[in-house]
Design a protein around this ligand. Structure first.
Ligand SMILES: NC(=O)c1ccc[n+]([C@@H]2O[C@H](COP(=O)([O-])OP(=O)(O)OC[C@H]3O[C@@H](n4cnc5c(N)ncnc54)[C@H](O)[C@@H]3O)[C@@H](O)[C@H]2O)c1
Length: 262
């Protein structure tokens, strides 16, 4: 059984990752800044599985000391970490590039990219001496190409993809793996909040994403979690430094070729 840490794990994709691991009998430390949602998730998962498998700790991923403390907490109280998911994220600053303040830019890139650096750094520090461990970062299709998200979000997620490739080259020889998942629009509090202003209105997000998906089927947080858990687990043992797009085919350039085929 594995010991797992998930940042931004109280809701959406992170919560789905936590759920998959708890269902498999793994011990999970969920961290987030939304303590109410984190505790609610903990109670829900504990009711579905064994209560001792799920733990919650407040951790703001932009705070260096809190990220370090979260990794230390998992190691001391739950056991050696097998998988760390650097998942927390927000949409951040939107609008025309000339309207972005430096403060908004820094706040967004701090939350989406510097946070991933901090989480990856602390995870590698404990995993490298043991010669085993997997790290999975949540990037985005906006980290693979432009035009699919706000500017700072796009730049930060491209940074996550680059960091994953770079660190994989360094740590592969020590038996460590690091990969990324890149969701397209997926049903979560983030998309619900964007679409309706209410992060809990998941049904509206589901319906709208279904309506705009080529397949008529929306990508769910659970779909993304399945890909992330695959990258964190033994079935992906020879996969390192890659970014796995999870979008039901909606954002691949070949969609533009549909006019040739129909
Ligand atoms: N849902 C999508 O369509 C989509 C698409 C591409 C990428 N992503 C990425 O997936 C990841 C998870 O997003 P989601 O869709 O599940 O969103 P979500 O809003 O449902 O969950 C994100 C979680 O991160 C937490 N969080 C926010 N700021 C934090 C901070 N400073 N420290 C710790 N936790 C913090 C939130 O409280 C929340 O619980 C993010 O990195 C996001 O950019 C999501």
């Amino acid at each position: 059984m594995s010991v797992v840490l998930v940042t931004g794990g109280a809701r959406g994709i992170g919560a789905a990752i936590a759920g998959r691991h708890v269902a498999a009998g793994d011990t999970v430390l969920v961290t987030d800044v939304d303590d109410d949602a984190g505790k609610r998730l903990g109670e829900q998962l504990a009711a579905e599985a064994r209560p001792d498998l799920v733990h919650y700790l407040h951790c703001d991923v932009t705070a260096e000391d809190e990220v370090r403390a979260a990794v230390a907490h998992a190691e001391q109280h739950l056991g050696p970490l097998d998988v760390v998911y650097a998942n927390a994220g927000v949409v951040g600053v939107t609008g025309r590039i000339e309207t972005h303040s430096l403060k908004e830019w820094r706040r967004t890139t701090d939350l989406l990219l510097t946070s991933v650096f901090l989480t990856v750094r602390e995870a590698v520090a404990v995993m490298r001496p043991r010669g085993r461990g997997a790290i999975v970062c949540t990037a985005s299709v906006a980290g693979v190409r432009g035009g699919l998200g706000p500017h700072a979000y796009t730049a930060a997620k491209h940074g996550v993809v680059g960091l994953v490739e770079s660190v994989a080259v360094e740590v592969a020889r020590y038996g460590l793996r690091i990969n990324a998942v890149a969701p397209g629009g997926a049903v979560s509090s983030l998309t619900a909040g964007l679409m309706t202003g209410d992060g809990d209105d998941l049904q509206v997000a589901y319906d709208r994403l279904a309506a705009t998906s080529a397949s008529g089927v929306p990508t769910t947080s659970e779909d993304v979690a399945d890909a992330a858990v695959f990258l964190g687990g033994p079935s992906s043992a020879r996969i390192n430094g890659t970014t796995l797009v999870v979008d039901g085919g909606d954002y691949v350039p070949s969609q533009r070729g549909l006019s040739y085929y129909e």
